[in-house]
Design a protein around this ligand. Structure first.
Ligand code: FAD
Length: 334
């Protein structure tokens, strides 16, 4: 493999129901920095059906080129078909780097692509850099239970690939109407490329705001009760009136009080909302790993020595079952 033939940093953009996910913009911000250091261009690959109107948004967030694979057969995410699209793209354009969101889709797609292209993939990166050779990406990610930060490189294969968690990096400021190229592409897809068939979309948690994209996250821990996480429960009520999403610590998801998709922390989701309310959460390091990008953390805990009070902006020592109804009442008044 002639590594020098491979050029350009490409974000595999993720869209759902005609809306781009924030992580695609966060990755474009990082992709631009990497591309500048490498002396290459930054672009995006957009896959789906009727998605071309979204290309301008990717240009606004820094893409210089957007390659659009618009096909009715690609309307719903399909692991093998989307992988084939990226294989075709790679054969034609020889990209140096792929950046993928560590979302449910990205975590499914990334390893499959890496396997088909016989290259490496670093999952769940929290930092991205370029080695002194100005060629090799240094992918940094927590390892061994978060005790060390591992720096991983892919020296002998291309493309270099990694997934990055949503909310680890800030979204760049968009430039409305930014110039760039939008290029129509067609993948060579046959029935064989669709190993699974889309039957029905069942949304976990309904149509509500996604926890990783919410401006307000109301999160509960072991100090809460199972009914607090259900419709009518105090966590859900507060989240609803603040226009936010409910989340939980691992102690809660392990007990099955709420779906693990709502778990925040090292082995859950990373969030960076404007407001994170932690009720009945002790503040273990693994939980904090997912919330420290929040603009404002409010903690409610009946133990004044709980570690969450070391990181919060506002702390309330008290029983969450007494404090939350007071907050709900106060918010309703305003
Ligand atoms: P606890 O630590 O039991 O804390 C409950 C808190 O509630 C206490 O501080 C208590 O004072 C308070 N409380 C009790 N009753 C009330 C009340 N009525 N009102 C107010 N406060 C009250 N954890 C995560 O959250 N996310 C992760 O992604 C994650 N990943 C992990 C990965 C690894 C490899 C390991 C080893 C652990 C991981 N954990 C994770 C688990 C983590 O170490 C903690 O065990 C967990 O975060 C504790 O959850 P908690 O704060 O809800 O429960």
């Amino acid at each position: 493999m002639d590594l020098a033939e491979y050029k350009g940093v490409y974000v595999i953009a993720e869209q759902f129901e005609g809306k781009l996910r924030n992580v695609s913009f966060e990755l474009l911000g990082q992709g631009k920095k990497l591309a500048e250091t490498l002396g290459e261009e930054v672009g995006a690959v957009l896959i789906g059906h009727n998605v071309k109107p979204l290309a301008q948004e990717l240009l606004n967030y820094g893409a210089q080129k957007v390659y659009v694979y618009d096909d009715a057969a690609l309307e719903n995410y399909n692991t093998t078909a989307y992988t084939k699209v990226i294989e075709d793209f790679t054969a034609k354009h020889k990209p140096n780097v792929f950046l993928i969101g560590a979302t449910n889709i990205g975590r499914d797609l990334g390893p499959r692509i890496a396997n088909e292209l016989k290259t490496g993939l670093t999952a769940d990166c929290t930092e991205l850099g370029v080695d002194d050779d100005k060629k090799t990406i240094i992918w940094t990610r927590p390892a061994l239970g978060g005790n060390i930060m591992a720096e991983i490189i892919c020296p002998n294969n291309r493309p270099q690939m990694g997934t990055v968690r949503p909310n680890v990096f800030k979204k760049p400021e968009p430039t409305e109407g930014a110039a760039g190229d939008v290029i129509d592409e067609k993948a060579d897809l046959t029935e064989k490329d669709f190993l699974t068939k889309f039957i029905e979309l069942i949304k976990v948690g309904g149509d509500g705001i996604k926890v990783e994209e919410a401006d307000v996250v109301v999160s509960g821990g072991r100090g809460m009760k199972e009914e607090d996480f259900k419709e009518g429960g105090c966590l859900v009520e507060l989240a609803n009136i603040l226009g936010g999403a409910v989340a939980a610590s691992r102690a809660v998801t392990d007990q099955g009080w709420i779906n693990p998709l709502f778990q925040i922390g090292q082995t859950g989701k990373t969030v960076s909302p404007k407001l994170y309310i932690a009720a009945g959460i002790s503040g273990a390091i693994q939980h904090l790993a997912g919330i420290l990008g929040s603009d404002c953390i409010v903690a409610i805990n009946k133990d004044e020595d709980a570690p969450i009070f070391n990181v919060c902006d506002f702390g309330i020592v008290g029983d969450a079952h007494e404090v939350l109804p007071l907050i709900i009442e106060a918010v309703k008044k305003h």
